[in-house]
Design a protein around this ligand. Structure first.
Ligand SMILES: [Ca+2]
Length: 503
């Protein structure tokens, strides 16, 4: 018997047109509440104080911008693209936060709903005065803001699109990298995947190391001119640049670089010119490169490697030897507002050993030093950590040290391999910039890992020309401890001319 053909109703032109409108207009998502109608509502504990449809530009798609407030002081912005990929990207802050970071454009272009916050106070990223007399602000900055904003964001996304978030990722650099590791440690089920770049995870160790080096620079004869910094950097390059197979101005095989700054000592240790370092300046370099420990080793920073790119714009000039340097400013506001708790305190006279209780309180609020990520692993989380090899703000060595602790805490390298990838980008400054290849699509690598189980291996990093967006050169971005080694032939600008070698 012949089956009766099923007559499907023909889709009318009018219906198809209407569906098209439903799919492509932000004014009317397939179900849920349109952008304008979200305004004034209270969703997920947040008051939506305003919404706007932001038209597509050359760099971002059309999206609904939602501004929210979680009373009394936590402000956030959620961007809801018309073409949503059913996932959410949470972008972290920087420094002491104090403003809502702009949209993460790569995430928005990939269709992510995208959220970020001021973390509970308004002000300069260099100013910690919020922490002096506002314990709520201090707690929100330390760890409280991300889970609160996530709770609201999940509900607002569901209200707008009429569907739940399928996957949620956190990505941040510097303090945003700290926020990433805080989430992994303290809220292990909040995100399916986390990208921690140049994480400021050891707040006491960092600030103590900044304080120590600031004191060395302020000591008689300690100041270092740009010419002195260049002499130091050039000497490191002369010793180590070619150790990766190519003299390209970047020491990629950093593990094999052992340069003794004492070879630059001026005759008699006095300051006799720009091509040598006095004893006071060598003390600055030693303060920078050696581990800093406090309270009997309870708090620690591993010290920084000499990279050979200390003289690159945005490196030591910004962070270490400039006047005032960012390093000085961060430790200064931290001493005044968290440790001495006195806005008139002189940070260069403050002794980090004078009040262990103050160090403990600062660590408890802000640090992400717990290496036991087993709850995060148990929840299925994946973690990608990235650090620039020429980071003059936060030590790549400190990050390496923490990840070794994580590896031990989860039972060894084979276990860590199941959820953790670590990449070091040679010659890259703090978060971005510097002579190295600083741009890589870690978000796509993370998403493939989470959604398809495809664990990331060696990736590709690019150096992008500011302004034009053109790719200047590429390198492999090697899984640590690998480094890009030139094969000895082929265009040095192409990643294919390098292999990821093990030191
Ligand atoms: Ca090189």
């Amino acid at each position: 018997m012949k089956p009766t053909p099923v007559a499907w109703p023909a889709l009318s032109c009018r219906t198809a047109f209407a569906l098209g409108i439903l799919v492509f207009s932000s004014a009317a998502p397939a179900s849920g509440t349109d952008c304008a109608s979200l305004a004034g509502q209270t969703i997920g504990g947040a008051s939506i104080v305003g919404t706007a449809v932001i038209a597509a530009t050359a760099t971002a798609p059309e999206y609904c911008r939602v501004r929210g407030l979680i009373s009394p002081q936590l402000n956030f912005e959620l961007r809801l693209p018309v073409a949503w990929n059913h996932k959410l990207h949470y972008g972290g802050g920087g420094g002491y936060n104090g403003a809502i970071p702009g949209p993460n454009l790569p995430a928005l272009r990939q269709g992510y709903a995208q959220v970020s916050s001021d973390s509970g106070h308004q002000g300069s990223a260099l100013d910690a005065s919020f922490a002096l007399d506002d314990p709520v602000a201090a707690q929100l900055f330390g760890s409280g803001s991300v889970p609160m904003v996530m709770g609201a964001a999940r509900e607002i996304v569901r209200e707008h699109y009429g569907r739940k978030i399928r996957k949620a990722y956190f990505e941040g650099c510097s303090n945003g990298g700290r926020e990433a590791l805080v989430a992994a440690q303290r809220d292990p089920t909040l995100f399916d995947g986390i990208i921690a770049r140049a994480p400021a995870y050891n707040w006491v160790g960092i600030m103590g190391a900044f304080n120590r080096t600031a004191k060395a620079l302020a000591a008689p004869g300690g100041a270092m001119s740009p010419a002195k910094v260049k002499a130091l950097a050039d000497a490191v390059l002369a010793a180590c640049d070619a150790g990766d197979g190519i003299a390209d101005g970047v020491v990629s095989n950093a593990a094999a670089c052992s340069f003794d700054p004492a070879t630059l000592r001026c005759p008699g240790g006095a300051d006799t010119g720009d091509t040598c370092l006095s004893d006071a300046q060598l003390a600055v370099v030693d303060s920078w490169t050696s581990p800093a420990t406090f309270a009997g080793g309870t708090y620690r920073n591993a010290g920084w490697p000499l990279s050979g790119n200390e003289a690159a714009p945005g490196a030591w000039d910004a962070w270490v030897t400039g006047t005032p340097s960012l390093q000085f400013l961060f430790q200064d506001t931290t001493v005044k507002n968290y440790l001495a708790r006195d806005p008139a305190a002189n940070s260069l006279a403050y002794d980090f050993e004078s009040d262990p209780g103050a160090l403990f309180a600062l660590e408890a609020l802000n640090s992400a030093t717990n290496p036991d990520l087993t709850p995060f692993v148990g929840a299925g989380g994946k973690l990608i950590v990235w650090h620039g090899g020429n980071d003059s703000a936060l030590s790549v060595r400190a990050t390496t040290e923490y990840l070794a602790q994580v590896t031990a805490a989860v039972g060894g390298a084979a276990n860590a391999d199941q959820f953790l990838r670590y990449y070091v980008a040679p010659g890259v400054n703090h978060c971005a910039g510097g002579p190295g290849a600083d741009t890589a699509d870690l978000l796509t690598a993370l998403d493939r890992w989470v959604t398809r189980g495809r664990a990331p291996g060696n990736l590709t990093a690019s150096k992008i020309e500011a302004g034009t967006g053109a790719t200047v050169f590429q390198r492999p971005l090697c899984v640590y401890p690998g480094f890009p080694q030139y094969k000895g032939r082929g265009d040095p600008a192409l990643a294919s001319s390098y292999r990821c070698a093990t030191p």
